[in-house]
Design a protein around this ligand. Structure first.
Ligand code: PLP
Length: 366
């Protein structure tokens, strides 16, 4: 039977390279440290765990399709109008909903060279054309982004800070990007790691969304809040964007446990502070120790580090990955992000952080 005798995916779908999540295991190794998906070593807030247990007793009921309780908790935490918040099954779902809502075949979606892989996937899934802008020093470049924008561009995705580099654009640069975009282009600021950032020149995007008609900010409960397994994301957007995406999304796209857990998690500010403090301490320590070993580390403000390896035989990222995995340290290969010779490491618990540094010292001197 010819492949043409069966249903055909629409153009673009078979150009998608399916997303490959960070590995979980290390075959044959008893103790595994998963440092491949930027999850928090602190776990979720105890208040979120209690909320999940309570909500779990009534999963026969449909959730509140408009997630009012969660939107109100988010609004209160950030000083926003709940009507301008939309919740989702992880923020990945929002990236897809935005692409579906604003892109049609012939349109272009823009993102930067080492940007989050989900952007390309969702642009192609919407039948549109991905357009990549060069970065400078492993950081998004506003001039390069603006240079590829045409009248066909309908959406620009910017992760700030970016994954897997951990670099960021200061608020002035984000404003310059917005100011340079034609009014018909939607700027999506993906601030998945915003809670970890402690920089005076950084803003996740709230002010820019409030003062523009064409900017949205997406956020997640998967990273600092430790609820990745429940799939909870949200966006803050102008009313006309909320209205359009509300027509496209599934009626119950966020589940009942996610609504309750998210609302409890965002109120536990002490838990977030603890996670930030742990991350600051160990991100700085890891950067220093890895640099002392002679490895280049991209300066990161997130909860992960991009570690670059030499090209010599025996010392490449692929070989380091094999060496670390055999010792139970599971990091992330980032070839698909344009870094064939680097590994991304999530800042983990103390024992794992120390373990990786010792293992890499052994690897490099071996
Ligand atoms: C982890 C991550 C997300 C969040 O994904 P969820 O679907 O909310 O779990 C979004 N953007 C970037 C850049 C990320 O690294």
């Amino acid at each position: 039977m010819s492949p043409l005798d069966r249903p055909q995916p629409k153009p673009g779908i078979l150009d998608i390279a399916a997303y490959v999540p960070g590995r979980e295991g290390a075959p044959g190794v008893a103790k595994v440290w998963k440092l491949s998906s930027n999850e928090t070593p602190l776990g979720p807030s105890p208040a979120a765990l209690e909320a999940i247990q309570a909500a779990g007793r009534h999963v026969e009921l449909y959730p509140d399709g408009s997630a009012t309780k969660l939107r109100e908790a988010i609004a209160e935490a950030h000083g926003l109008n709940p009507a301008n918040i939309l919740c989702s099954n992880g923020s990945d779902e929002l990236l897809g909903l935005l692409a579906q809502t604003y892109l049609k075949p012939g349109d272009e979606g823009v993102f930067s060279e080492h940007g989050f892989l989900v952007y390309r996937i969702q642009i192609l899934a919407a039948g549109a054309t991905p357009v990549v802008a060069k970065e400078t020093d492993e950081r998004a470049d506003v001039d390069a982004l603006l240079a590829v924008v045409t009248e066909r561009t309908k959406i620009v995705f910017l992760a700030n800070p970016n994954n897997p580099t951990g670099t960021y654009l200061p608020v002035d640069e984000v404003r310059r990007l917005r100011a340079g975009l034609p009014k018909h282009v939607l700027l999506v600021l993906d601030a998945a790691y915003a809670e970890y950032v402690r920089r005076n020149d950084y803003e996740a995007g709230i002010e820019l969304v409030s003062s523009s008609d064409n900017v949205v900010m997406t956020r997640t409960f998967s990273k600092i809040y430790g609820l990745a397994g429940l799939r909870v994301g949200w966006m803050y957007a102008p009313t006309h964007v909320i209205d359009a995406v509300n027509r496209v999304r599934g009626p119950f796209n966020i589940n009942a446990l996610g609504i309750e857990a998210g609302a409890a998690a965002i109120r536990d500010k002490a838990h977030v502070e603890q996670a930030v403090a742990h991350n600051e301490t160990w991100r700085v320590w890891l950067t220093e120790e890895l640099t002392k070993l002679g490895l280049r580390v991209t300066p990161s403000i997130g909860n992960f580090l991009l570690i670059h390896f030499a090209e010599d035989d025996g010392k490449t990222a692929a070989e380091a990955d094999t060496f670390l995995t055999a010792r139970g340290f599971v990091l992330r290969r980032v070839t698909a992000y344009g870094f064939p010779n680097a590994l991304r490491m999530t800042v983990g618990p103390e024992e794992a952080n120390r373990g990786v540094v010792s293992a890499l010292a052994e690897f490099l001197n071996g």
